[in-house]
Design a protein around this ligand. Sequence first.
Ligand code: ZN
Length: 154
Amino acid sequence: MSDWKKSITPMVFPGKIAVPYTWTVGSTLSKFYCELRDNGKIWANKCPACKTVFVPPKVKCIHCYRDPSIWVELPGTGTVESYTIVRYEEPMLHPRKAPFVYGLIKMDGADTCMVHIIDEIEPEKVKVGMRVEAVLSENREGNILDISHFRPVK
Ligand SMILES: [Zn+2]
């Protein structure tokens, strides 16, 4: 048997393999997503010790490691703490066509922020401190895009 590698430089093609998989989000996020999908409600959880309210909910308190076992419904409004304007297309990563805005939103009743899309406003008009409200998707599937986006409070 000849050793073909001695007379030829092997060509190498870089490739990517898409591997379908599923994973569980666990009981805490399952409750969050089921309430969002089935009832259109945004729930947070609260640490009974330090009273920190998390949205999206956490399995453990990031401050004292207790179970945030108290569930609280949030009103769906909040304040833009920070934002960025996305100006490039990345269809596998971004749920919207550019330009669009990702905002860091502190929801009323929560102590933590969540990242989500801010829409129904020109990107250049988004400001820190702006009041926003969640807009739910019509066809909810049990994921974070069941909140379609946040828009300025009118
Ligand atoms: Zn705590």
